[in-house]
Design a protein around this ligand. Sequence first.
Ligand code: NAD
Length: 316
Amino acid sequence: MGRLLRPLLHADHRIMRLSDIVDIDDIQPGEEFVNVDLLDADAVAKACQDVHAILHLGGISTEASFEDVLAVNIVGTQNLLRAAVDAGVPRVLLASSNHAVGFYSRGEVPAGAEGLPDDLPPRPDTYYGWSKAAIESLGALYHRRFGLAVTVLRIGTCFAEPADTRTLATWLAPADAANLVEAALAAPPAGYRVVWAVSDNDRRWWSLAGARALGYQPGDNAERFAAERGVLYAPPQGRRSFGDGALKVNGRIFAMPGAEGLVVKLPAPRCSELLADGSAAPFDRGKGTPLREWVVITDPVRWPALAAEALAFVRG
Ligand SMILES: NC(=O)c1ccc[n+]([C@@H]2O[C@H](COP(=O)([O-])OP(=O)(O)OC[C@H]3O[C@@H](n4cnc5c(N)ncnc54)[C@H](O)[C@@H]3O)[C@@H](O)[C@H]2O)c1
């Protein structure tokens, strides 16, 4: 994200002090770089001197072992927040993730609401998501105890373009990410806020109310990529039956939501393999006889990869 945001956050009046554990070798005018390991509290403290605001993006950004996310994401963020308070930095923006609340479903959007609200209590879906929920709460502590203004961004999927059906709903266009960061930097500094960070996608199921209240003006909508991604979402209608809410390619179903997870169509030997190693549960359409080429994937972390596998299988 840092790479995408740097040119978008460039401003004549601003010096951006970039920091990472790996070197950045294309520093531009208006930028400076410090190589800092978030686990090195002294180096973090030094990097926070004479800074007006911090956008904290560093750390582990996908699922990893509990020990690793505990060290890098939790201890690293603690070092950063401590250093911000000690250096008198008034404002910190924390990059959280939709995985902090990954076990909510689209079906839980309150009636009449435009999406799941910003103040949704954590329901993490991974150790990574748990670490994000934990830093959200650490941010709340630093706000209430030390007066730091903290804005938590529950980021959807911030890539140059949405890559698949899910990201047609969760995409945060880089320009919208920059718009939201600018809005959060310009808003009155008091407070602790958690806001969804997502573009105004037709398929989104997260509210933009909190971000808009900060002044966020999303300009993009992932739907413009939908046709070329070649995947259609068939929303459930009326009484539920086989194929409701299914993802189809060329008119054939390759994945669909089930009560216990994502139901995918894969070759029978592959289904057997996933059942044998515990990655999948049998799918029997409620009739007691498991289908040979369908399994239920219960772990959301595996959904994107196995849905892609199912898509490739069914597309042929
Ligand atoms: N990109 C997304 O779609 C997305 C979605 C949700 C949340 N987020 C969050 O936004 C932030 C940025 O995401 P990203 O996609 O750019 O991730 P990324 O993995 O590309 O970037 C993370 C950066 O942190 C650095 N880093 C790792 N360990 C470090 C350490 N010990 N000390 C200092 N730096 C360290 C890495 O070198 C890397 O450059 C992350 O916190 C991520 O969890 C991103």
